[in-house]
Design a protein around this ligand. Sequence first.
Ligand code: PMP
Length: 302
Amino acid sequence: MSTPKYAWLDGLVPWEDATCHISSLAFKYGAAVFEGIRAYWNADTQKLYLWQLDEHLDRLVYSQHMMRYEEPIAKEDVAAAVIKLLQANAFRENVHITTTAFLSGPGQPFICAPVSLAVTAMARGDYRTDGVSVQVSSWRRSSDSALPQRVKANGNYLNGRLASIQARADGYDTALLLTQAGKVSEGPAMCFFMVRDGVAITPDKQSDILESITRDTVIKLLQENGTPVEERPIDRSELGLADEAFFCGTAWEIAPVKSIDRLALPAGTSGPVMQALRERFDALTLGTDTAHSEWRREVPLT
Ligand code: PMP
């Protein structure tokens, strides 16, 4: 994988110098919170748009607050770092950005400072999928009563990681995790929707999901499109009544599900609800659909 010239570690640094110490609380205890953010390049208009930057940075602020950081990094400082890094690397393509606020010093597990900001921006790998096979994992989604699932904490990702590893070892593309109570929760890094009799259904926010920005966006776009949406618990057996299903998330965008536990979905990989949604989503991210300008921030190119 080719690496960009610069990263951000409390300032612009050459990529090779963006390192953290092995005694840091981030390294030892996973004391870090982060955001994955996209920037989309419109080749026709030669514009680079950060997608839903405000929403992501609001969540980063919330994550730092919940993890009781004593010197949280301010939203405006993260936004400025992201823009400077995109400019320094002179991207003219789609980019995936990670902003991580982490405890960079040594100490006991209850220490909550100092906080450093790390940002990476890399040309986007092609995550676009035309349909994934899904295994309902035997790993259950971590409960909000053990680790706050609304917080995008690095440590939370061990749970989805195990589910992904298991799914791939068993010959599936990815996993769908159930809550401790056995209701559908979400994928390892994406939220889940199924369509049943023309109604889009997604697990409610009490199903131990991350409060996903793309999930909120999808709900809005479905409603604008006239598709009714229900946010409610989903039983495992209800998955067998889905006409179509898809995942959504910043990295995954809108990704159709072709089968769950080897049961094929009737609509295959091109369900009409998913298709219409994906087309609209793509147009909005590129600014070819000019609605919802509040979701795009143009990066001034230098
Ligand atoms: N769930 C988890 C566990 C995730 O990591 C992500 C990716 N951030 C999502 C859901 C989707 O969230 P978003 O739409 O905010 O990217």
